[in-house]
Every structure is written in structure tokens, then in C-alpha cells.
Design a protein around this ligand. Sequence first.
Ligand SMILES: Nc1nc2c(c(=O)[nH]1)N[C@H]1C(S)=C(S)[C@@H](COP(=O)(O)O)O[C@H]1N2
Ligand SMILES: [Mo]
Length: 448
Amino acid sequence: MAVHGQKGQVEQILTPADIRTAYHEDPEGAEQRLFGRISCPDRRGFLQNAGLAALGAALGAAMPFHRNFPAGLMPIAFAQDTGAELMKEKDGLTLLNDRPLNAETPPHLLDDDVTPYARLFIRSNGLIPQTALDKNAEDWTLRIDGVVDNELSLSLDDLKNDFENVTLALVLECAGNGRAFFEPGASGNQWTVGAVGCPEWTGVRLRDVLERAGVKPSAVYTGHYGNDVDLSGDQDKVVISRGVPIEKAMEPEALIVWAMNGEDLPALHGFPLRLVIPGYPGSASQKFLTRIWVRDQVHDGPKMGGYSYRLPAYPVAPGTEVPEEDMEILTVMPVKSIVTAPATGSNVPAGQATEVRGHAWAGNGDVKAMHVSLDFGQSWQEATLEAPRNKFAWQRWRANVTPPEKGYYEVWARATDMNDVMQPPVTPGWNPRGYGNNMVHRIALFAQ
Ligand SMILES: Nc1nc2c(c(=O)[nH]1)N[C@H]1C(S)=C(S)[C@@H](COP(=O)(O)O)O[C@H]1N2
Ligand SMILES: [Mo]
């Protein structure tokens, strides 16, 4: 856009991104354009009509106190875009942090078999990239390089046209889901139970793309890159770059996707392209995907090392300082379930059956059994458990519980994976960053 517009001239409606760029490249020109004045403290307050109109259009509102607005300041509404605007497209999510943008879903809003966009948690480590905010995928390319026979550079059309398209419902769960319950606490977003969802994703198998590139026998790991921007604004800093063992990347459910629930990927969830690698920490599912680097060693991108997404190699007492070299990469996510109905705190009839239901999933494949308890774990009754729509989709479970008399009850829900490993009733293996908490989900019921 032209930033040297004539004083007061309104050429077009400016987006916040235009304004940020304009202030960055030519603050005086930008200010003159917006306010009809130059950055000079003694000449403040002269907002001319056309300048006011341009500013109002860009802000989406008039600025009644414009005369007091100091010269040389950029309206904070135009400061680095975190994507927070897009929260209005979400339904009932709990905001944990607005910079970077992180929000989780209350469990009673996760009842759908396929999680709608409005109810999918958001986990950002950096800023939502401008290409995503603008929904601009024109020149998007995905590069496949590293230990491959042929480096590839694929456009979205190449991906869509040259490989078999697949649609799968796949669980995406943040490794830190449940962190809030660790004691002592761990730093990071205090996710409770709602950093999980199971949308339907459309794309191509990562395996098919890697095979087209020809993975060399020396390949052991992938390394994933996206174009999101660090919170500092430093364009060259990689926000997060994780990877998975090559065997995991080759699983048929590991996808490169451009659509969620039949629509282009939303900006918040990785437009125009992302990975979905189910069964592994959500962090493996790189958003805004630009590059997959096939490595002949374990990937060492930002957030692969140190304490990030790592667990102590041996059980430790809560609060233990674990040496860095004793930390191991968290790979397969543990078996887990949630109660999605009724909502916690609901009133239910005493002496009558009430249906409780939810979903169960496990990082190593199908969930084998689901149980609920109404007496604080003393006895457990088996719930019905549906088969997943496809591997790594969550599984619907239902049970009828009958509170014998009026009073306070809790439903505890416990899934068992294919190796007979169950969710624990209390927080499992404490770890410094609070990953992998798969303790049973409890809801309160008041029988009347
Ligand atoms: N480029 C990029 N990819 C990313 C992230 C990120 O910050 N940047 N966050 C990761 C983490 S930690 C999680 S849990 C999932 C969250 O995906 P969602 O925001 O679509 O729910 O995306 C992963 N992919
Ligand atoms: Mo995450």
C-alpha cells in the first residue's frame, strides 16, 4: 500500500496489518495519513476530517478523544496482531492467555462427536502469521528436504491434485492438558481438561508425500516448520519446531491437512496447511506448515530440548529438580477420557437413571474399556463404548447412573487402553513442566 498519501487523503480502508507495516516502514507518513498531522508533539490534535474518517474506518469506531491522542503513538489496537479478534468466532471457550492466544473448551461444550471449529481449543506459541489472518495462500509452498532423494516444493494444488485425499476424525490434544492439577504447580498454560478436540481433517498422508520425496535409509526423525512469528516480532526467530520419529510420520493417520470439518483451515488452527499427527502431543501437529526437514538424527528445533515436552526417565517425587540429561521426549499420549454430559454441578433425579456420556481416546490406538463410578471409586460399572470412526478418533461412551438417594455425588470416568493401562484416580507421574496428566475426570451431580 502507499504510505505517503497526501495529507488527509483517504485512498482505501486500511487493515491493522497495513497500519503496522506503515508505522514500521514510515512512521511519519503513516501518522500523517491516519491523523492528518506529522509526528511533532506541538502539533498534536489536528485530526482533519479525512484523517478522522480513515482512522475511524481502520479502527472500526470513531475516536471521541482524538484530540488527546499523543503524536507519534500508534493506536494499541494496531499493535502486533495476536489473532485475539478471532476469539469472537469461538463459543464459550475459556481464555488462558491473549498473547500468545491460548484458550480451552469447558468439557460440557465438547459433547459433539466431531468437534466444531467454534469449540476447538487454541494453542499458540507465537503470533498468528499475517498470511493466516489474511487467508492468503497464493504463493504457499511446502518444502520437503533433508535426507531425501528429491527435495520437493509443493503448492497447495500439488498436494490436492497429486496425492490421494483423505478425511479422518483425529484427536488433537495439547501435552499440557491437565497441567493445572499438578502439585506443586508447573509453569505454562494452566489447562484443566479442555485442551483437546476431535475435528474431521482433510488432506493427504504425510507418508505419501515423504515417499514421493524418497526418504533415505538414514532418516530417523522429521523436523516441522511453520511461518508464525515470535512474540518479539523477530521474523527470523523460529517459534516452535518439533518432529516425530520417522516410523510415526509413516503411519497412515499422520496427515498434512488443508481443511477442518470441510472448510479451509481457520487462521487460528494453521491456515493454509498443518500437520495432524494423532496420538502424539499436539505440538507435533505443526500449524502454518512450510517445511518438513527429514533428519538423520533426532530433531533439535526449538522446544525439542531441555524440559520442553519431556518427562523424567524415571518416576520422581513431586517437586524434584530433575537434571536435564535425565529428561526424555514425550511421545505417545496416555489413555484418557472426559465427561461431556451432564455438565458438572447439574441437578439430576434421585432414584432414577441419568445418562452420563463423553469421549475416550488413547495415544496407542483404540480404547478397550470404559468405566464409571458414582461412589468415589469404590465400585465401577462398565460403560458402553463405541468403536472409533477411524483409528485415533475419540470414542463415544455412555452409562446410566442412579443416585440411590438425594445428595451430592461425583461421576468419575476411567478409560482403559489396549494394554490394560488405566487412567489413575489422582495425578500421575509428576514432571517439571506438567505434561501428560490423564487422571480420571470427575463431575459433580446433585440428586434431588
Ligand atoms: N506453527 C505452530 N504450530 C503449532 C503450535 C504453534 O504455536 N505454532 N502449537 C502447537 C501446540 S503446542 C498444539 S497443542 C497444537 C494446537 O493446535 P490448535 O491451536 O489448532 O488447537 O498446535 C501445535 N502446532
Ligand atoms: Mo500443546
